[in-house]
Design a protein around this ligand. Sequence first.
Ligand SMILES: *Cc1c(COP(=O)(O)O)cnc(C)c1O
Length: 494
Amino acid sequence: MRSHLLNDTTAESYRRSVTEGVERVARKLAATRGPFTGVTPADLAPLVDAVDLDRPLGDPSAALDELESVYLRDAVYFHHPRYLGHLNCPVVIPAVLGEAVLSAVNSSLDTWDQSAGGTLIERKLIDWTTGRIGLGPLADGVFTSGGTQSNLQALLLAREEAGSTDLTKLRIFSSECSHFSVQKSAQLLGLGRDAVVAVPVDRNKRMQSVVLAAELEACRAEGLIPMAIVATAGTTDFGSIDPLPEIAALAAEYGAWMHVDAAYGCGLLASRTRRHLLDGIERADSVTVDYHKSFFQPVSSSAVLVRDGATLRHATYHADYLNPLPQALGFARAGGTPMTLAEQIPNQVDKSLQTTRRFDALKLWMTLRVMGADGIGELFDEVCDLAAEGHALLTADPRYEVVVEPQLSTLVYRYVPEAAASPAEVDRANLHARKALFASGEAVVAGTKVDGRQYLKFTLLNPETTPADIAAVLDLIAGHAEQYLGENLVHAAS
Ligand SMILES: *Cc1c(COP(=O)(O)O)cnc(C)c1O
């Protein structure tokens, strides 16, 4: 069994094994004809069930053969131009290269003594990101597993900074279109069910700052504490960006922590033409970025950034075996004289909710070293341009009704039949079209509700998708919806 351990004596078998895996995935990617095969859980479950985990195949080639049928053949492929579903991006090759390196070396980014240069690389990327945001000289942050964790950590810091002993008095203000992880975080932080105040949005799905101001005033009048305002820079459904400067001014006025959830919109940080859409983000106390959404990075790659690095202490605990207190304070030498810089040990675990932690930063590092930030920004600009073209197609198409003009790269729309149909029938036709499309494997789109009605959604993150792809998918959807309504009419008549 030692032959399976990766070390000096097995380097050749590592090379063979990984190369074979890469070959197969490369062939798969080249031969993929659609984003999905339409496989159902009922089709696939028996194949997975039939695998006896207590009877290993012993051989990587055999395991890869088996993987073909239980996973690779029917996976959902985000690189396909007709994958228009959720916030998943095709990934850039330098990042995948980074992924291969980081899992083989297997550094753990909790402490310097488990990562060495990895810690410095992560810190440099954090500085790079806070620099792009404009958070100032005291800024800091840490890589996380995703936007959900980044939001949780930011709100933890906000809760601690609010300094209240009565958690039921704390309020978080976020738009009704903000991500559900805000509510989840409030719950995890023990804030109680009423903690999150949902501020209404305008017709472009941006938080109404006038209503926010009124809510803050009411909060104060009731003797409650405005703990945080969460501005979303790129809502998950609409890509709408809340009015950051107005929100920053209100946060300052009411002494609330300003968190900007830029999980989706962070790609603008690399854009040469759209960076201004994030103006005001530099006034945030904390920011969430998901490189695995708009920086074309493999899952996971995310970070939480803060204006004042000292606030990260709220996530700091000391363990004798890991990051003992004297070392962290830099007073380990006899007599209590401060350590020299060379003696101070940078331990990222002091800033993180996690302990053992992947070196995800390496993927972004490789990306920036090969392509540069402008390269990433160009890709993101392309999908934003594509969304504008898609919006024009939808507005010109009498079969469809579209919700907002996109600021980023999502389009929310619905099929509306020519013939009279009840709102419930229209809902069902759209839902059916989405499911039928998914089952056909020809394209994948997402769905969402707007004012209680069923809508469909394109999340465009693939620069390879063309307006012709969008037009073709709209024809497919209309076909499925029309067929559904046609059959329904037959039913109703009989
Ligand atoms: C995706 C998303 C999140 C959650 O990020 P994960 O990486 O999926 O945990 C948070 N906020 C917004 C606005 C998002 O779009």
